[in-house]
Design a binder for this molecule. Structure first.
Ligand SMILES: NC(=O)c1ccc[n+]([C@@H]2O[C@H](COP(=O)([O-])OP(=O)(O)OC[C@H]3O[C@@H](n4cnc5c(N)ncnc54)[C@H](O)[C@@H]3O)[C@@H](O)[C@H]2O)c1
Length: 362
């Protein structure tokens, strides 16, 4: 495999440009083309002296990229990723993998059959603080996970919706667009979710989606989780405002996840590990926290480095299509539970048919 990996970006919007910025930081990864029918993208590409195509079909007629990053509106993900897979081209699809788990499953299956690496852009898993949290929880430092609470509250300004009207449309509400990241992390940290209940409130701004939702999650290991999301609440308690992951968000010293175990608790992202003195389990014994140390690096850059390694056959996808599909199933179950008011069971993944090991790693 050649040294420099050529990546094409499809969708040079808000997050597409962040992927480009990540590529710019890497010596062995190069942007070779942009795919986006919009005028802004034409300017963006021409400023960089790069071709800009109106479709993936045009891209593949003119280039053979080593990989494609798909940062287009969510309803386009599955068909566009299928086009990459048909071309045998590894693809990193922005989250969520699709608007429907059924469609996304077809994509995952197609990638598996053609042995084409399919990755999902749950970039937070590439954050060193999440790796540390995972190490603590999976290493048993808080004992058995019994309860988890996730807070995902922030206020998106009106122009966020006005500049990209698809964000007002059905399927692009905060459950799908935002909570999907948190659900992915919670699955990663606490295990698989087997059933959900939920409640949601229609958008006060008149969009086609909810603007407040809450879900009750039951995990396979018996733990219970509560998770709430709103894009219309002014608050300091969200990943965006607490993780310091992306400087455009003003940081707060708060946390947004609390993971409770039989021997201790962990708050994330501040990584405070709480336990009673002497390691006893007793609410009359003083309790205090240790602040854990961890590395700090840009998860989008880490994700792009990882994508290049997957393309080279050096690593298996950390967030494979199958992982993205499982997260999407939980999101879909929350949406169904919110609209029906019923508890929704999540089918257990049948087997490792689409496992990381089989996702195109040499
Ligand atoms: N990982 C993250 O933290 C993160 C953050 C924001 C958005 N996202 C996801 O990224 C995706 C894009 O979101 P966004 O906010 O950047 O949207 P956006 O509207 O800012 O950008 C989408 C871009 O896709 C282009 N586009 C539209 N149709 C296209 C087509 N057929 N082919 C190629 N390009 C096309 C548009 O012209 C636009 O430039 C969504 O799926 C969203 O959920 C992920």
């Amino acid at each position: 495999m050649k040294q420099t990996i050529q990546i094409a970006i499809a969708g040079a919007g808000l997050v597409g440009k962040r992927h480009v910025a990540a590529i710019d930081q890497l010596k062995d990864v190069e942007l070779c083309a942009v795919v986006d029918p919009g005028e802004d993208a034409q300017h963006f590409a021409s400023e960089r002296g790069l071709p800009c195509y109106g479709s993936l079909t045009e891209l593949f007629a003119n280039h053979t990229p080593d990989g494609v990053v798909l940062a287009t509106p969510t309803p386009l993900h599955v068909n566009q990723a299928l086009e990459c897979v048909e071309q045998g081209c590894p693809v990193l699809v922005e989250k969520p993998l699709g608007t429907s788990a059924k469609e996304a499953a077809k994509l995952v299956e197609a990638a598996e059959k053609r042995n084409v690496p399919l990755l999902v852009g749950h970039h937070r898993r590439h954050n060193p603080l999440i790796r540390k949290a995972h190490e603590v929880v999976s290493g048993g430092e808080i004992g058995d996970v019994r309860a988890v609470h996730v807070n995902c509250w922030f206020y998106k300004p009106d122009d966020y919706f006005d500049t990209a009207p698809w964000r007002k449309k059905l399927g692009a509400g905060p459950i799908s667009v935002n909570l999907v990241h948190d659900v992915d992390l919670i699955r990663y940290l606490c295990g698989e979710v087997v059933s959900v209940q939920g409640q949601a409130t229609p958008s006060a701004r008149g969009f086609e989606n909810e603007d407040v939702a809450a879900a009750l999650l039951r995990f396979e290991n018996g733990a219970i989780g509560t998770i709430t999301v709103s894009d219309s609440v002014v608050s300091p308690w969200s990943w965006e405002l607490t993780s310091r992951e992306y400087p455009i968000y003003p940081p707060t010293p708060e946390s947004c996840y609390m993971i409770g175990g039989s021997r201790g608790s962990l708050s994330v992202p501040d990584l405070r590990l709480w336990s009673h003195h002497g390691g006893v389990q007793d609410w009359w014994t003083p309790i205090s926290a240790t602040s854990l140390t961890r590395g700090s690096s840009d998860p989008l850059v880490n994700q792009m480095t990882h994508f290049a390694r997957v393309v080279r056959g050096e690593e298996a996808p950390i967030v494979s299509g199958f992982e993205g599909l499982q997260t999407l199933q939980v999101i879909e179950a929350i949406q169904q539970a919110c609209s029906s008011g019923e508890s929704v069971a999540i089918p257990k993944a049948k087997n490792n048919e689409f496992s990381e090991e089989k996702q195109g790693v040499a």
